[in-house]
Design a protein around this ligand. Structure first.
Ligand SMILES: NC(=O)C1=CN([C@@H]2O[C@H](COP(=O)(O)OP(=O)(O)OC[C@H]3O[C@@H](n4cnc5c(N)ncnc54)[C@H](O)[C@@H]3O)[C@@H](O)[C@H]2O)[C@@H](O)CC1
Ligand SMILES: [K+]
Length: 498
């Protein structure tokens, strides 16, 4: 699914109209028919359409005609100046008049009437503002939205709940509280903002007849990951495959009190299908884990020669889980980067130790994947957590571009980007919010990178599968732990392999 802003919608509109000669009224009618499918006409009879005077309003007027044609009781309210009505809205407005479908122009005097109609309706269809909202909502517009919110049974918003800035998710004074939002072509970027989740309800993204190659040409290279993309990246284990085909990986992890992190990240890589997996750790961690990790190898990190040989031959390395935020961790990371050529996935203390030494990332462009949570990203960038949360796509992209790394910024709707292409992960939930989950993710991503997936796809698919497993398990489990996820990895890989 594509993500887009108000500007992307404008650019697409004008390309369709000017370059591909699709009249806007054709796209509007397609939008109307796509939205109509989601009006739940089997279960509802009374509809109130509230339209503004832009094209979002035009969608509403078209819907009023379609609902009437299907035998529904429809009342139309228009808010705004008729003389300012957009060209396509005017066409739909004139059709309604010619068909004797009554329309009410909202003013201070008939607000009470609007309120009664909203109360009596099964569904209010909100078509006041879409992607064209550009300033604070005041006056009659404010009152109309307030009346709808206070008196509705259900509200379905067309394209964007009126009041939300589609680009950044800011609420401009007041906002429709939608039960469902039927959006066109793009999942609006503003919907990613955590604070707007309460307004958008269920979001459906519908096509309005624009061919795929046009969308591809004009999209912003921002997507919500879908299952097909993940399936296309999972390699089949055919009968001629060897363990060398599935990658040699090393995990640098663990310290006193944090042996679990070492176990979890290593075992995740094993279960994810890596051909050969080695945990590189301090001797005391090795002594605890060498019998527990029976499918992986372990190596004492002080054994310099063996470590050097191993990392020079590795297909991917995971670094940082439970290692401690120390100078020593930084020295080890520097050594690993300087003595290997493969992708390196860095998490936790591997990131914390970089906070004032990001030049190390700059020295190794195009081979590092970092997987920070909001706190780690705040330490790395110097931005506040709230700034990062509200601007997560931009912050992740900026960092990825600057340091030429893949950034996987964890949280609700994890962002994964190489600075050019960006994916939002739709899987996972709060049942997974507990210790060890990040270590699991690092193991999965390292394993994928070692199996030959691109760095970007390793992070995208890793995040998807990790969240998918957790979400499925949470149907039966109150808390999903790392070991629960690890056990499920091979089953889900089998389910996903094409
Ligand atoms: N390619 C697409 O995605 C298509 C989009 N269509 C619809 O067109 C919409 C965009 O249409 P428009 O660009 O005309 O924009 P809108 O219909 O969202 O709003 C623009 C109108 O609202 C006014 N306005 C903006 N902020 C205001 C405020 N705070 N208070 C009072 N008035 C305010 C503007 O002056 C203008 O009259 C989309 O959201 C979608 O519903 C479809 O009809 C056709 C194809
Ligand atoms: K709307």
């Amino acid at each position: 699914m594509r993500i887009g802003t108000s500007n992307s919608t404008k650019i697409l509109d004008s390309a369709c109209v000017n370059e591909y000669k699709i009249p806007l009224i054709v796209m509007m009618e397609n939008a109307v028919l796509s939205a109509f499918k989601h009006m739940d006409i089997e279960n509802n009879q009374r509809y109130v359409i509230v339209s503004g005077v832009g094209n979002n309003g035009g969608d509403g007027l078209g819907l009023a005609r379609q609902l009437t044609a299907h035998g529904k009781e429809v009342e139309v309210f228009i808010v705004g100046k008729i003389e300012k009505m957009s060209e396509c809205s005017k066409i739909n407005y004139n059709i309604l008049k010619a068909m004797n479908i009554p329309t009410n122009i909202v003013d201070e005097e008939n607000l009470e009437y609007l309120k009664c109609s909203v109360k009596k309706s099964d569904i209010v269809v909100d078509c006041i503002f879409g992607t064209g909202l550009e300033r604070e909502i005041k006056g009659i517009f404010y009152n109309v939205i307030d009346i709808i919110n206070q008196n509705k049974n259900k509200t379905y918003s067309i394209d964007v709940p009126s009041g939300i800035n589609a680009t950044n998710g800011d609420v401009l004074g007041i906002c429709i509280d939608a039960d469902k939002t039927i959006s066109f072509e793009f999942y609006k970027r503003g919907f990613l903002k955590y604070d707007v989740k309460q307004y958008i309800g269920e979001v459906i993204v519908e096509h309005i007849g624009i061919p795929e190659y046009i969308l591809e040409k004009y999209d912003d290279r921002e997507y919500i990951t879908n299952l097909d993309l993940v399936k296309n990246n999972i390699k089949e284990k055919n009968k001629f495959s060897f363990k060398s085909d599935f990658g040699k990986v090393a995990l640098f992890a663990g310290s006193r009190g944090f042996t679990g992190a070492a176990y979890i990240s290593t075992q995740s890589a094993v279960k994810c299908g890596s051909g050969l997996t080695t945990l590189v750790c301090e001797k005391y961690v090795q002594d605890i884990l060498s019998t527990k990790l029976c499918e992986a190898m372990t190596l004492d990190i002080q054994n310099k020669e063996k470590v050097k040989k191993l990392i020079s031959e590795c297909d991917a390395i995971g670094f940082g889980c439970g290692m401690g935020d120390t100078e020593d961790t930084y020295t080890k990371l520097k050594y690993v980067l300087e003595n290997s050529k493969c992708p390196v996935v860095i998490d936790a203390d591997g990131l914390n130790c970089l906070k004032n030494k990001k030049d190390l990332l700059e020295k190794h462009p195009n081979r590092i994947i970092i997987t920070p949570h909001l706190g780690e990203m705040a330490r790395l960038t110097g931005y506040s957590i709230s700034h990062i949360r509200d601007n997560k796509v931009d912050v992740a992209k900026e960092f990825a571009q600057k340091y030429k790394t893949i950034v996987l910024l964890k949280g609700y709707e994890t962002v994964i980007t190489d600075g050019n292409y960006t994916y939002i992960n739709p899987t996972g939930n709060s049942s997974m919010a507990n210790g060890g989950m990040g270590d699991t993710l690092l193991g999965i991503i390292t394993s994928f990178a070692g199996q030959g997936m691109t760095n970007l796809m390793s992070a995208v698919c890793g995040a998807y599968i990790h969240g998918y497993i957790g979400e499925n398990l949470s149907k039966d489990l109150y808390t999903v732990n790392a070991s629960d996820v690890i056990a499920q990895i091979p089953f889900v890989m089998k389910e996903f392999v094409k």
